[in-house]
Design a protein around this ligand. Sequence first.
Ligand code: SF4
Ligand code: SF4
Length: 85
Amino acid sequence: MSIDRNSLAFDLTRAAVLATGHVVPDPPRCVQCGICSYNCPLGLDVRAYVWRGAPIIDSQCLTCGQCVARCPRGALAFAPIGQPT
Ligand code: SF4
Ligand code: SF4
């Protein structure tokens, strides 16, 4: 059986992000449109986290990046845990 090295590398990268990072908001950029929450496949209320200025720390978060990619204001980003936002 062959190993898909590209897929493995992606999995390892994702695992590293899951272990060491999460989505963090830049609240002044947010216009509370809700697109992030609407596009979260787990239905997490990302907008509410941004409203509170809190990182999205939820055991259900897949760090899939949909909220980061869909935000029209660039108000979300991945950051290592412990890094000032
Ligand atoms: S998509 Fe961006 S601007 Fe809209 S509520 Fe979410 S963080 Fe705020
Ligand atoms: S990274 Fe994915 S699962 Fe996590 S809050 Fe954003 S859209 Fe939802």
